[in-house]
Each structure stands twice: as C-alpha cells, then as structure tokens.
Write a protein that binds this ligand. Structure first.
Ligand SMILES: NC(=O)c1ccc[n+]([C@@H]2O[C@H](COP(=O)([O-])OP(=O)(O)OC[C@H]3O[C@@H](n4cnc5c(N)ncnc54)[C@H](O)[C@@H]3O)[C@@H](O)[C@H]2O)c1
Length: 418
C-alpha cells in the first residue's frame, strides 16, 4: 500500500537545513523526524527548531545508518557540505544494501558534486539503491520564477515566439562558513557555489512548459572568472582570521566573480542563450537574485531586493548585526529592503512540497540527479573555458574527469598568461 505520510531525515543540520525546517510549515503530508550532524549540538538544535515549529517530532541521531534504520524515516535530504557528498551517499547505499532500513527517496542540496565525476557517482549510487532522487535547486521552484515562466510562455511566447535569452545572477558578499571558501572542499569558488543556481534556473525558464529539460542541447560555453576583492591583502586577512589561519587567498584564491554564456539549440534548431553572473563581492543590502527572460515581444524581470516591504532605521538605532531582514544582510541602518518570507520567496517551500508529493506518489521529481549532473557538466566546462581562455564546444574532451585548478589550489588570476 502507498504511504500517506512521509517521515524525513535531514543529513546536516546547518544553515540550509534550517531553511528547509522553516519552509516545512508550508509542506503537507510529511514530518521532519530525524537530523544527523557531525556536530551533535547542531543536530540537537535543528531538531529543537523542528519541534518548536511543529513540523515534526525530530530526533537527533548519531549516524546516517542509525537514522535510516529507524522505520519512521522514509526519505533523506542531504544538507551537509559539498566535500561529504560521496561518503554520505555511500553510507546510505551501504546501509540499505545491508537491509538496515528502507527508503523511498533521497534529495540532495546543490551542487550535486564538486565536479562532474562526483555528480555522476551520486546519480549512479541512487540508481543502484533504486531510490527516487530529487536535486534541491530551490530557484526553479521560486513562485516568481514559476509564475513568470507560465505567463511569458502562455501569453508572449504563444503569440510572438519562444524566448531566446535568459539571464540569471546571484550575488552576495561571501559565504558564511570557512569551508565554502576552500576550493578543494567546496569544488571551486563562486562559480561552483552559486552559478549552479543561475545556469539551472535560466535553463528552466527557457525550456517550454511541460517539456523535458533535454529539450535544450548545450552546444558552446564561454566563461570568465577572477578574484576581484578577496585577494586584496586586507580582505585576504579577514578570511585568514575567520578560518583560524587555514584559508589563504594570497596563495590559494578561489574566484569571487564569474560569468558564463551557454549557447543551446532547441528542438527546432533555434539558438537560445543563457547568460549568468555570480559574485561573492557584491556589498548591497544582502543576497540579490536577478533573472530575466527575453523574447521577440516581451520581457520578464525578477530582482529579489526589489521588495514590497522596506524599513528605515535612523543612525540612532545601533542594534546588533544580524540577518533578520534578508539573507547575507550587510547593514542595519538606513532604508533596508526586507524579504518577508524568504523560505517561500527563494523556492524552498514549493521545492520541499514537490519532493514530498513525488516520493509519496512513487514518481521521480521533476528536478532530479540527472539535472544535477547536467549542471555540474556545464560548470566544469565553464572552468575549462576559463583555464583555456576561449569558448569551448560542449561537451569538451576530458569533461568526465576534469577537476578545476581552483579545486586543486593551483589557480591564481594574478599569474594569468599575457
Ligand atoms: N539551496 C541553497 O540556496 C543553498 C544555500 C546554502 C547552502 N546550500 C548547500 O547546502 C549544503 C550545506 O550548506 P550549509 O550552508 O548548510 O553549510 P553549513 O556549514 O552551515 O552546515 C553544514 C552542516 O553539516 C554538518 N556536517 C559536516 N559533515 C557532515 C557529515 N559527514 N554528515 C552529517 N553532517 C555533516 C556540519 O557540522 C554542519 O552543521 C551545501 O552543499 C551548500 O552548497 C544550498
């Protein structure tokens, strides 16, 4: 008999896990019942948050195997750092193989792997364990993206022709944890961390409603990256201090600015283009996501800092620094935009709802590990284009095993050729 309700366990109880827990107040037919974190205190805190918000009687477990051995857990969401992907997935598959529990599905946060090889391994492991797989790319579930895409395609595209250019950009002032800044642990710099969102949301908007993502075939990738801010000695010192002397951007920088152009062919042979920009050196009010979708007689525009709610605090309001108005907030006084429901606005709520409903129905989510592999392949081609300083036809030779110089700790834009 099909399950009516899903018990979900989170692997990793940090920043993004808490986004999912808060988003869960808008998710039906599922409860968060378990959290595993290498840091037990974090697991306990995340479990307490789930209970406080009444999204599930979450328990902190000591290991992934222990959590999935509990018959109450039907699916897991991987929310641990990028460098743990393969060990986490191998533990899941190993435990299931030994008969220690049963799962319907697994979801994994972006990026699916640090490179194309790891992403493909994730897909193969999920397939080997016969798990339904969901790739957690929240932006393709963001209400403004979904609604905007629907309107543009049913009105503008139906009458004047398909959209031909999608722009997507994600910018903020830099990640909150030291591991993100380390190329070897994270897989790269801002390109790997944030362009994964932009290439996928732009591809989603350009894909006709109801069509498979494979309706667009990538044919060429051109990219550029640099380290504009965090290699300046004064800022490199900040990273050094924040990481207890581990992160050294004078010797081993990662890119804090990157852009890419992906040229696609659609099913009729028409050229369509995705243009992305990402940075960790944008000091505005906070995280800014912007998207555009352009066609022959129409345009769509999204800017998450263009909010309906703004507050003003005079210079006499000298409160503590916080992220209570917007993710990656940079200031507390003056006229400030507020994203009043970030979990919903960025797409987490609809994303989690879709994953839960797909698993309960026994069908593969619309955003799955195959998409995660596609994204990783595009990003790795972008890194290859940066290293070779030229546009590359897709797929380039050597893509399957390519590891960016940033991830090897050998990239340095100050030593660029010419
Ligand atoms: N969708 C988004 O917009 C978005 C936003 C932020 C992060 N993320 C992704 O989510 C993942 C986690 O990022 P974060 O910001 O929450 O990081 P974080 O460092 O805040 O939290 C990660 C947590 O995982 C725990 N952990 C480490 N190794 C583990 C292991 N082997 N098993 C279980 N727990 C382990 C850590 O102790 C930590 O509590 C990353 O892959 C990141 O790219 C996605």
């Amino acid at each position: 008999m099909k399950k009516q309700r899903l018990g979900v366990g989170l692997i990793g109880g940090g920043f993004v896990a808490r986004f999912h827990i808060r988003a869960w107040v808008g998710v039906r037919d599922a409860d968060i019942l378990g959290i595993v974190d290498k840091d037990e205190k974090r697991a306990e805190e995340a479990a307490a948050l789930a209970k406080k918000l009444k999204v599930g009687e979450a328990k902190a477990y000591r290991s992934i195997t222990e959590m999935i051995s509990d018959p109450a857990i039907d699916a897991v969401w991987i929310c641990s750092p990028n460098f743990t992907r393969i060990e986490v997935m191998e533990e899941i598959v190993h435990a299931l193989g030994k008969g220690k529990g049963e799962l319907l599905g697994v979801c994994c946060e972006k990026p699916l792997g640090r490179n194309a090889k790891e992403a493909r391994q994730m897909l193969e492991l999920a397939q080997r364990a016969k798990l339904l797989d969901g790739y957690l790319e929240n932006q393709v579930f963001a209400p403004s993206v979904v609604r905007g895409k629907q309107i543009v395609w049913t009105r503008g595209a139906a009458l004047s022709g398909r959209p031909y250019l999608a722009r997507a950009s994600e910018e903020h002032s830099g990640p909150h944890m030291p591991w993100f800044w380390e190329g070897s642990l994270q897989g790269g710099g801002v390109l790997n961390d944030m362009m994964c969102h932009s290439v996928e949301v732009a591809r989603f908007m350009l894909t006709p409603p109801g069509a498979e993502r494979s309706a667009l075939t990538p044919v060429k990738v051109t990219a550029y990256a640099s380290c504009l801010k965090w290699q300046v000695p004064e800022y490199a010192r900040v990273l050094w201090q924040q990481s207890g002397g581990k992160t050294d951007y004078l010797k081993r920088p990662a890119e804090d600015f990157a852009r890419s152009l992906v040229e696609y062919r659609d099913e009729k042979g028409q050229t369509v283009v995705v243009e992305t920009t990402t940075s960790w050196c944008y000091v505005g009010a906070g995280l800014r996501l912007s998207m555009e979708l352009l066609g022959p007689e129409y345009a769509l525009q999204i800017n998450t800092l263009d909010t309906d709610l703004k507050v003003f605090f005079s210079r006499k309001v000298k409160g503590k620094a916080g992220e209570d108005l917007v993710e990656k907030q940079n200031a507390e006084i003056g006229l400030m935009p507020v994203v009043s429901d970030e979990e919903n606005g960025y797409g987490y709520t609809a994303e989690d709802r879709h994953m839960v409903q797909s698993f309960l129905k026994g069908v593969r989510p619309s955003e799955n590990f195959t998409d995660g592999v596609n994204v990783a392949e595009l990003l790795m081609t972008a890194y290859m284009s940066i290293e070779k300083e030229k546009p590359l036809p897709f797929p380039p030779p050597g893509l399957a095993n390519f590891v960016p110089a940033v991830a090897k700790g050998t990239w340095n834009p100050k030593k660029r050729r010419g």
